[in-house]
Ligand binder design. Structure first.
Ligand code: NAD
Ligand code: UDP
Length: 322
């Protein structure tokens, strides 16, 4: 009998988590989604609720986590991810990265499951080198506003490596660089959905600072492919997954205005404290060990995202537009 592998995905109702649920269902897994809905939305996974190989547990992973039955894999993706979210709920952000990670590592040990944790390019802080490779230790202000997110994720990595080294737990760490696409919340405050919404409504585009800071945006399908390959690899150390196509935030705003054919103008606003000046992944390691590289260009990904957000404002069809 062909028994399905069982995977727990935390943060299942969020942007990345919901796409991971879809991917693992498609690959024939039994998926158990877990979420406390603090920033996520059940609409992102409502299309999975009738399936016999999908279960959902409404639970805060910063509290003791119990999952009935066996588990082969755990993906820990629960955490606020947008700056406006983690500034609004700083303590919960610190708790889910630390206590939540500890609970899930304990669960993985108990179930003898492999666990992959979602880390971030933010572990590099405001980097002094570019592009950022996995060898770079970062430049993080622990007591600045972003410290609640960055340090929780750095603790998460340290705790995960400690379980790997001390308990021999089978672990993976993905350092995710800015990822975008359908199911991002239009109001989540991140630059890309904010700019698309503003452009579609013909409002001013709010560029912070002079817009000279850079980011490198990865389309969701590429990110999910990278995470899938990393989980199934045998590499326990952190791996960057992102798209090295770097541009300034002003260029991003201009590109979105052009692609939406919008009358919007740029309005410059104050740069938030500790906003990283440069961010670009070095993906040499991922290319070598996972045979992975992004396939979707920024232009192509923006066009898909604009179509999604256009439909989103008129009707809620999140699940048809990948
Ligand atoms: P998201 O806010 O859309 O999803 C996060 C999900 O986690 C939400 O559904 C939320 O309700 C849930 N959650 C938060 N705290 C929880 C808790 N204590 N217990 C249970 N559920 C909880 O964010 P996202 O963009 O999908 O990010 C998912 C993961 O990927 C996060 O760990 C984030 O740090 C990481 N990440 C994302 C990006 C990106 O560009 N989107 C970049 C780097 C890292
Ligand atoms: N940003 C901006 N206008 C906005 C939202 C964000 O200029 O309305 C800037 C922000 O200051 C940062 C960049 O865009 O320099 C990316 O911000 P985002 O919140 O998307 O992600 P992160 O800073 O976590 O990379």
């Amino acid at each position: 009998m062909n028994v399905r592998k069982r995977i727990l995905i935390t943060g299942a109702a969020g942007f990345l988590g919901s796409h991971l649920c879809d991917r693992f269902i498609k690959e024939g897994f039994h998926v158990i989604g877990m979420d406390n809905l603090i920033t996520g939305n059940l609409q992102n996974i409502e299309h999975l609720f009738g399936l016999e190989n999908f279960d959902f547990l409404h639970h805060d992973v910063s509290k003791f986590v119990h999952v009935p039955g066996t588990l082969d894999y755990i993906l820990h993706f629960a955490s606020p991810a947008s700056p406006i979210d983690y500034l609004r709920i700083p303590i919960q952000t610190l708790k889910v990265g630390s206590l939540g990670t500890h609970n899930l590592l304990g669960l993985a040990k108990d179930k003898k499951a492999r666990i992959l944790v979602a880390s971030t390019s933010e572990v590099y802080g405001d980097p002094l080198v570019s592009p950022q490779s996995e060898q770079y230790w970062g430049n993080v202000n622990p007591v600045g506003p972003r410290g609640v997110y960055d340090e929780a994720k750095r603790f998460q990595e340290a705790m995960t490596m400690a379980y790997h080294n001390f308990h021999g737990l089978d672990t993976r760490i993905v350092r995710i660089f800015n990822t975008y696409g359908p199911r991002m919340r239009p109001e989540d405050g991140r630059a890309l959905p904010t700019f698309i919404g503003q452009a579609l409504r013909g409002e001013d585009i709010t560029v912070f600072g002079k817009g000279e800071q850079t980011r490198s945006f990865c389309y969701i399908s590429d990110q999910i492919d990278g995470i899938y390959k990393l989980l199934l690899s045998d590499y326990p150390h952190p791996v960057n997954i992102g798209n090295p196509e770097e541009l300034t935030i002003l260029q991003l705003a201009q590109e979105i205005i052009a692609l939406t054919n919008s009358p919007s103008r740029i309005r410059f606003e104050a740069l938030p404290e500790d906003d990283p000046k440069r961010r670009r992944p070095d993906i040499t390691l991922a290319t070598k060990i996972l045979d992975w590289e992004p396939k979707v260009s920024l232009k192509e990904g923006l066009i898909k995202s604009i179509t999604y957000f256009k439909n989103f404002t008129t009707e809620d069809n999140r699940n048809t537009n990948k």
